[in-house]
Design a protein around this ligand. Structure first.
Ligand code: PLP
Length: 399
């Protein structure tokens, strides 16, 4: 036997969703899912997406293959959304971009591209903690994953000094992964001033930045504000790459709409990079799916729909922000001894509560509240209907 399947080990681990499903308590709460829910706890399809999809279907387009880099009206608009129409990189046509299988696919193309073509280093620095999949994506791309400090468990805030120290200590020309906004899992982002300092350190050390922007618009409700780090690095003259996802900000999770781009030095360099991206993508999946990209393109390119979408993104972000405030308020009303201000200072889909694994276990076993052991809760799973019971449960396991 070429492969001995008897030696393949089962690595299945306990899953929150399974435990949640198996619980028969009617007031159970699932805070493990990384997808937006409305105030009834239901999945939400944006009205702008419904309209865009109808337009796409009504125009009875053919189902021919896209080119290797996807639907051009989508990738062009995705570039403008991230970098801004007035950015030097857009104006001078020096951004190489390809459609990708959502954000994960973009990260993987980026990892593979850097493993092949980045001469200075095979090391990619990712924050501690980071989105659980980063390590596997980059390892499987052929990069060596190294960690930099990010989260300070004593302050439940950013360990900015530790982060800067680690970036300074990294060997010159390392690749550095940066969450552009709504850091997952902590919900803690650097301030604009801190981003400026990070940009300076990255420049000083000639590191190569790799931005992961999975939540543009979802953090603050403003797509321009959330793109600040990417745009600032661009205006500071950095060359870098960027993974974009439209899963969260358009609610297109299962459509797998994303983009990978490289901000190059010149239009001429962009052409060469483009050709290498195509060489990399072709044997992976030939070309990406078209339906979700057409929906996203319609939303980004139709001025009226675009305005509507921006309002809907803000609506999602605002609901999350108000649920944070409500959870904190409820905890305070219960007379908590703890300072929960981090719940409202953090941003995006997740709150890093600071709860210990034993407390998370108790939440699940005694209160039917399910979330990951690291204390991360999906704020999108909180509603006006369950916040009181959630606060009471958290209060009990932390008293
Ligand atoms: N990056 C981060 C930080 C994420 O949190 C996620 C999803 O949760 C992704 C990338 C990729 O998401 P998707 O592949 O669904 O676009």
């Amino acid at each position: 036997r070429a492969i001995d399947l008897r030696k393949i080990t089962d690595k299945t681990t306990g899953c929150i969703t399974e435990a949640f499903k198996a619980d028969s308590f009617h007031e159970k709460i699932n805070l493990g899912v990384g997808a937006y829910r409305d105030d009834k706890g239901k999945p939400y399809v944006l009205p702008s997406v419904r309209t865009a999809e109808k337009k796409v279907v009504d125009s009875a387009l053919d189902k021919e293959y896209a080119g290797i880099t996807g639907v051009p009206s989508f990738t062009k608009a995705a570039t403008v959304l991230a970098y801004g129409s007035s950015s030097d990189a857009v104006k001078n046509d020096r951004i190489a971009i390809t459609q990708s299988i959502s954000g994960t696919g973009a990260l993987r193309i980026g990892g593979e591209f850097l493993a092949r073509h980045y001469p200075s280093s095979k090391k990619i620095y990712i924050p501690t903690p980071s989105w659980a999949n980063h390590n596997a994506v980059f390892k499987d791309s052929g990069l060596e994953v190294v960690k930099y400090r990010y989260y300070n468990k004593d302050t439940i805030g950013l360990d900015f000094d530790g982060m800067v120290e680690d970036l300074k200590a990294a060997s010159e020309g390392s690749i550095v992964l940066l969450h552009a906004c709504a850091h997952n899992p902590t919900g803690i982002d650097p301030s604009e001033q801190q981003w400026r300092e990070i940009s300076n350190v990255v420049k000083e050390k000639k590191h190569y930045p790799f931005f992961d922007m999975a939540y543009q618009g979802f953090a603050s409700g403003d797509t321009n504000k959330d793109a600040f780090p990417v745009r600032h690095f661009q205006s500071e003259g950095h060359h870098f790459c960027l993974a974009q996802s439209f899963a969260k900000n358009m609610g297109l999770y299962g459509e797998r709409v994303g983009a990978f781009s490289i901000c190059c030095e010149s239009a001429e360099e962009k052409k060469r990079v483009d050709s290498q991206v195509k060489i990399l993508v072709r044997p992976l999946y030939s070309n990406p799916p078209i339906h979700g990209a057409r929906i996203a393109a319609e939303i980004l390119n139709n001025p009226e729909l675009n305005q509507q979408w921006l309002k809907e993104v803000k609506g999602m972000a605002d609901r999350i922000i108000s649920m944070r405030a409500l959870l904190k308020e409820n905890l305070e009303d219960l007379g908590t001894k703890h300072d929960w201000s981090h719940i409202t200072s953090q941003i995006g889909m997740f709150a890093y509560t600071g709860l210990k694994p034993e407390q998370m276990d108790k939440l699940a076993k005694e209160h039917s509240v399910y979330a990951t052991k690291d204390g991360r809760i999906s704020v999108a799973g909180i509603t006006t209907g369950n916040v009181k019971r959630l606060a009471e449960s958290i209060h009990q396991v932390t008293s």
